[in-house]
Design a protein around this ligand. Structure first.
Ligand SMILES: [Mg+2]
Length: 376
């Protein structure tokens, strides 16, 4: 089975706010779907966390390496692409695009063999996983209302992040966390994401130490991106001292970049994004390296239904990956799938056993958010 054509289309029109200082708008494209078409009719779909213009330019560069390739060997083909582009956008848009292709090739391999991708990644440790609802931080009052809304949808675990947190003063920060804890109740999981990869992030290690102590008083499950994403030494110092677990890594790409962070125990929980790092071939190896360093991998999932599908398959195949991120209220998660995602009575999400990567897409909904560009 050969690769015949690769198409890409950006998702636009309902892009959720990211809480960024330079806020994205509904029509901005930050997620691009990539469809690999084969000569035998199977189509695999991946997702890349970057705009369509960069993905299409990257595909132009990569196509000569792909046009004679088999569609059934995701790991070898992805590694070939990485090695052939050391001198071209390594770690950036080209890596993101290779990741989207990688996801599409895993999807094809799953369909061709009749297996869920998690089994092809090594086997299924679990059949369901706890999704945590991920929401933008808001001020006391609206914050509680937003949490009540997602709790009513059946979520049992919650993360709030970005927005005003760390952008005003410590009294505001604590008031938000107190409001959120009261809203979800004393026993529900509550995580806090400072969003230290924000372009205008201004705090350092001392703020992070102080804030971690405050969060511990509200039994916060983990403290995410409390520092700017390149501050390796500070992450190491914070993690060693913090009363709450420290997480991060969502902006990093390529498995090799993660090794110093794992070897130095900079995180309790590492959070690579499968639509950035280079797909499941890369993510699976980061997961194994994390496990060997006693660091838990819980994937960053502020992306698409394809990314969530990949995270579920990964969670089935990694022993310690027992949670996935679920953006609350994103049409790129909820609306582009043919069947709605459903939580069980315990707030858990079943990991699909159907062949391939992600649940089937709704072609009409995909057309709506891609402006009718040819994709599937
Ligand atoms: Mg985050």
């Amino acid at each position: 089975m050969k690769i015949r054509e690769i198409r890409a289309a950006g998702l636009r029109g309902s892009t959720p706010a990211g809480g960024w200082s330079e806020e994205i708008q509904a029509d901005d494209v930050v997620h691009t779907l990539i469809a690999v078409h084969t000569d035998e009719g199977l189509v695999g779909v991946g997702s890349a966390f970057t705009c369509d213009a960069l993905v299409k330019a990257s595909l132009d560069v990569l196509w000569p390496l792909l046009e004679t390739e088999t569609a059934l060997e995701p790991e070898r083909v992805s590694e070939k692409l990485h090695r052939a582009t050391f001198w071209l956008g390594r770690g950036g848009a080209v890596t993101h695009t290779i990741g989207g292709i990688d996801l599409a090739l895993w999807d094809i391999l799953g369909q061709a063999t009749g297996q869920p991708v998690g089994r092809l990644l090594g086997g299924r440790w679990r059949d369901r996983v706890l999704p945590y609802a991920s929401l933008l931080m808001d001020y006391p009052g609206p914050m509680a209302e937003a949490l009540h809304r997602v709790a009513a949808q059946g979520f049992r675990s919650f993360k709030i992040g970005w927005g005003p947190f760390g952008r005003e003063d410590s009294a505001t920060d604590e008031a938000i966390i107190a409001d959120a804890r009261a809203a979800v109740g004393p026993t529900a999981e509550l995580m806090v994401d400072a969003g230290g990869s924000d372009s205008l992030w201004r705090h350092g290690l001392k703020w992070a130490h102080r804030t971690a102590a405050m969060l511990a008083a509200y039994d916060v499950r983990w403290f995410e991106e409390p520092l700017c994403p390149d501050a390796l030494d500070d992450f190491v110092a914070l993690r060693a001292a913090s009363p709450v677990p420290i997480s991060g890594g969502e902006v990093m790409t390529r498995r090799q970049s993660f090794l110093p962070w794992l070897q130095r125990h900079a995180f309790d929980i590492v959070q690579p994004d499968v639509t950035k790092v280079g797909g499941l071939s890369e993510q699976r190896r980061i997961g194994w390296a994390a496990e060997d360093h006693d660091v838990q991998l819980i994937p960053h999932g502020w992306n698409t239904a394809i990314g969530l599908g990949a995270d579920l398959q990964l969670a089935s195949a990694l022993r310690q990956t027992d949670r996935v991120e679920y953006i609350a209220g994103s049409p790129y998660i909820d609306d582009i799938v043919a069947e709605p995602w459903t939580l069980d009575d315990e707030g858990m999400l079943a990991i699909p056993t159907t062949p391939g990567l992600a649940p089937a897409l709704d072609p009409e909904a995909v057309r709506r958010y891609t402006g009718g560009e040819p994709l599937l």
